[in-house]
Ligand binder design. Structure first.
Ligand code: TZD
Ligand code: CA
Length: 528
């Protein structure tokens, strides 16, 4: 007899979903017990770490990832970092075990009450199949829903007695099913954008994470060079969509209304591509745009287009739009932008490492194609001033600011991309939300290098309390954590350093070892 479980595994295989990031419970055992040998189960010890590992894996791979979580408690544990996947548009398929179908109404222990609502509004779609026979089709629907634009996470709850039921007829049709979206801008829409760019006296590009996610970085360079226009990354960008040493690169826009307006003043046309308009954070009200400025917005996300407070939006595929725009604009006769000045001299410190010094040193210590996963919140300016990222897919950041992403996402990214070194740059506050991913890296021998910037405090919150002018606040510091002991406890080798020289030695040793390693660096306190 072919069971619902058999055809589900076959279905997952046809979509390349043969890696399962999970943390199991009793409801999941009947599914996992039938796992075929060509599948790999990646165990995480906390569901937040499981989900963030899958997020990093999916983003680094450029495809969907499968997550298996336990009932409501396990699934609920993943909700914090699930917020990030909404804004990074990560196509995660979250599958959770439901209690036996006939007992759910009684709310027996481990039943998911209102499964469709459990992860709302974070997931794009959620479902519990109406009967066992509909499980394979529902999971097929979940995969297609997650991966069709706008991509995002989905949730399916499956009663565990469904897995051993006989599969219905007709599931063979699901196996080869593919769905494709072709929504590109019309010729007229593209002309409108190109004409506006040609007519602008001083246009500026603002690129968001979708440029990098769609692999359009090179096309964005072509467009910027044709226009001789400067390029900013959108506020709070979770990816790096433009080479940071290109003469046009201006850095990461600040995340406040006033900050964005000030940075873009002097331009008559702003073209935002692949980002929301805009992802503000700190409330510094002001005019959204300087007077007389026109804002054009290209996004693949209808939600981003509709909720923006300003601008004229065009919804279409990002890679296609950037490529066609680069072809369509008239090469501009404005003088070429001057080359970027050399990197600024990093700020130094006597008895600790200054984060800016650390980032400057990492430029020469790490391979050029390194993937950086950052979650160190008070070092933003230092990071963007000092990093040299030339290749697509070089950077990941928690897209909704939900901490607990960085450390596990780096493990997932390294699993997805063994040919590129992944380096996690994690604050001593942020590290604790996803710390158990160290165990997964150690057990599965995933050679990610985790650098902990230990300044003893929630640095960004200290800065924010000044922005809000609220004076002293409780709960701002995190003294007394020894990350080398934690790492060793989870089975990973670790060192602690206080000087740039010792850091360089530790980093080279970690690189050479081909093993996962953690380096704790005592760092100076800085401001974002
Ligand atoms: N909890 C979660 C899940 N996400 C959050 N964003 C926060 C709490 C609040 N938070 C921030 O937004 S930044 C921050 C916290 C606690 C401090 C992080 O400290 P760190 O980095 O040590 O990682 P810095 O460089 O010292 O700021
Ligand atoms: Ca810190």
């Amino acid at each position: 007899m072919t069971t619902v479980r058999d055809v589900t595994y076959e279905l997952l295989r046809t979509h390349g979903l043969t890696t399962i990031f999970g943390n199991p419970g009793s409801n999941e055992l009947p599914f996992l017990a039938g796992m075929p040998e060509d599948f790999r189960y990646v165990l995480g010890l906390h569901e937040g770490a499981v989900l963030a590992m899958a997020d990093g894996y999916s983003q680094a791979l450029g495809g969907p990832a499968l997550v298996n979580l336990h009932a409501a408690a396990g699934t609920g544990n993943a909700m914090g970092v699930l917020t990030n996947t909404v804004y990074s548009h990560t196509p995660l398929v979250v599958l959770s075990g439901q209690q036996v179908r006939s007992t759910v109404g009684q709310e027996v222990v481990l039943s998911i009450v209102e499964p469709e609502n459990l992860l709302r509004p974070l997931v794009k779609w959620s479902s519990q199949p109406a009967c066992a026979e509909d499980v394979p089709r529902t999971i097929s629907q979940a995969i297609h829903t997650a991966t069709l634009p706008t991509q995002g996470p989905v949730f399916v709850s499956v009663p565990y007695d469904d897995w051993s039921q006989e599969a219905p007829e007709g599931t063979a049709h699901l196996m080869g099913r593919r769905t494709a979206a072709g929504a590109c801008l019309s010729t007229g829409q593209l002309d409108k954008l190109a004409t506006a760019l040609d007519a602008a006296a001083n246009p500026v590009l603002v690129l968001g994470p979708e440029v990098d996610a769609s692999g359009a970085n090179g096309e964005a360079v072509r467009l910027a060079e044709a226009l001789n226009a400067p390029v900013w990354l959108a506020p709070f960008s979770s990816r790096c969509s433009f080479p940071t040493r290109h003469r046009g690169f201006r850095g990461l826009l600040p995340s406040s209304v006033r900050g964005v307006t000030d940075a873009l003043t002097g331009h008559d046309l702003i073209l935002v591509i692949g980002a929301p308009v805009f992802r503000y954070h700190q409330f510094e009200p002001g005019p959204f745009l300087a007077p007389g400025v026109r804002l054009l917005h290209v996004t693949g996300d209808t939600g981003e287009a509709s909720r923006a407070p300003m601008g004229e939006a065009f919804v279409g595929a990002i890679h296609d739009t950037v490529t066609r725009l680069a072809d369509a604009v008239t090469p501009n006769r404005r003088p070429q932008l001057p080359p970027l000045p050399d990197f600024p001299v990093p700020a130094a410190s006597d008895d600790r490492v200054h984060p800016e010094q650390l980032f400057a040193d990492l430029r020469s210590l790490a391979p050029a194609e390194t993937i950086w996963v950052a979650e160190t919140t008070s070092t933003t300016n230092a990071f963007w001033a000092q990093m040299d990222m030339q290749h697509p897919g070089s950077y990941l950041w928690p897209a909704a600011g939900g901490l607990g992403f960085g450390l596990p996402a780096a493990v997932g990214a390294q699993l997805a991309r063994p040919e590129r070194q992944v380096v996690a740059l994690i604050g001593d506050g942020s590290a604790n939300y996803g710390i158990t991913a160290l165990w997964t890296a150690a057990q599965y021998d995933i050679p990610v290098i985790t650098v902990i910037l230990k300044n003893g405090t929630y640095g960004a919150l200290r800065w924010f309390s000044e922005v809000l002018d609220v004076g002293e606040v409780a709960g701002m510091d995190v003294p007394g954590i020894d990350f080398t002991l934690l790492a060793r406890g989870y089975g990973m080798s670790a060192t602690s350093v206080t000087t740039p020289e010792d850091f360089a030695a530790a980093f080279k040793a970690a690189l050479g070892s081909g093993k996962p390693a953690l380096i704790e660096v005592e760092t100076e306190r800085t401001r974002p």
